[in-house]
Design a protein around this ligand. Sequence first.
Ligand code: PXP
Length: 243
Amino acid sequence: MTGRLRLGVNIDHVATIRNARGGDHPDPVRAAVAAAGAGADGVTAHLREDRRHITDDDISRLTERLTVPLNLEMAATEEMLDIALRHRPNAACIVPEKREERTTEGGLDAAGQFDHLAPFVIRLTQAGIRVSLFIEPDPRQIEAAIALAAPVVEFHTGRYAHLEGQHRAEELRRIADAAALAHKNGIEPHAGHGLTFANVMAIAAIPQLMELNIGHFLIGDAIFSGLESSVTRMRALMDEARG
Ligand code: PXP
């Protein structure tokens, strides 16, 4: 099983640069449209409680302008649920969110927060939004995702990205085993966080993975190469890994 691996481009950090000065430049919606034009299969945006990058207006404009699917990353809060139900993105990825963190630092504890998460999965699903849970590549979390009837899980690749040598190889195996377990149980596995040109191929080669969501590195590389070129190169590396 080696289907085409989709690339979701996370445009949060275009908004980070815009918000550093206020105003509307650079526009994350323009970046989203450009990424799609360069071969991104979808666009991801994380509307955080503190609105540090993506804003409500960005979500509104993304749903109006995008011709590829929008994946809304959201915390499991009533506020975010209302927004998701109003805008109806194609997909919603439920992520843990801590106000003081620099980025999403670990996976969602789907097992520990089962009762809290269950109504969110149900209400999003009933609205026709494909729910994904951003979890660690851990069998206990996959069991919880199965019990929650989440159709998709996204494995947090942050540990893989930061480790080196033997430790990285072990984490890669954990992600591969988790992808196989999710797939075997009818859950579509995705992955993301900390992926770069240098580390993406080993992840992309995991045959059950269906989508990678990549943001910070791509937006940073785009400063030097332009967004189209950065997306095209990432896409090519993913395709090469699937060879
Ligand atoms: N997937 C999820 C669920 C995330 O929260 C993030 C970071 O916002 C990403 C993917 C992308 O991570 P990065 O910006 O490190 O590529």
